[in-house]
Design a protein around this ligand. Sequence first.
Ligand code: GTP
Length: 299
Amino acid sequence: IATSDKKKILLLGKSGSGKTSMRSIIFSHYSPTETRRLGPTMDVEHSTVRVFGSLQLTLWDCGGQEAFMDSYFTTQREFIFKNVEMLIYVFDMEFRDFDGELLYFENCLQSIQLFSKEAKIVCLLHKMDLVAADLQETVVREKSEELTKRTGNMDVRIFSTSIFEPSLYRAWSHIMNSIMPNIEAIRRHLETFCKVADVTEVVLFERTSFLAIAGYQLREIPGKGDTFDVLSSILKSFNLALNNKRSASFKIVRIRLDGFILIITNFTKNTVLMATTDNPNMTPATLTSNIRIACEHFK
Ligand code: GTP
């Protein structure tokens, strides 16, 4: 799991679109309501997050007030847009002037093409909680079409998000997964663990953010969808409720459901693991001890 990489991620979008809020929730243990206290970001705020071994994400939270935005495309252009691994552009769905916002977005695309041709791009249609439920699907479809017209064949993914919903975790898990260099090797390790220890499903989460890194399902679990984002958000809230502001330091949670054992536990230094089994002969103690043995292979 250990990697030694520094990755530059640009967070751009107009002032008040929610950039600092999402960064603070995911990486600094803010609750969604606490983000109301955040002031505007002056120029660029850099924060380095050590997410996994020695993988370092350097987030460039670029304040969205007009004067700052203009400087990103003039005096600071090369400084901002060079060596970028990923550009995340946040669109505020409450903001009426989407066309005006698209001009900024197009400027970003041109600058990225010029200085970081290989960068991946993620667009977040953010504050979806403020769009009426019956309009959400249409809004997302129309905005996505507009964005796709502008991005052509660039590597772009579009997500709809809100800080009050698990959708935030879905988008950021994708962001994290697509810049992690050794994700396939981790998946293979999880698959081996499930097969050897007869674990029905396993999910690995990054320990600060609770973003799902990878998972494997040995057997179909009836009635269960793809719920990693929901789990991330529940674990995050659970951790906040325990008041572990600085680190995710709950040790172990064991739950027995109808014919199921579910364990969530700290795993390696940087990860939390969730494992479930429907094997009726397995006890929580056996599963815990298998997790401890597997842990050695992930260090
Ligand atoms: P600048 O630093 O000026 O560029 O702004 P910013 O993009 O960093 O915006 P910020 O994160 O400071 O958020 C502005 C406001 O939007 C805060 O009051 C947040 O609570 C609110 N906000 C952020 N995300 C959401 C969301 O998903 N839904 C709703 N309803 N409000 C949000």
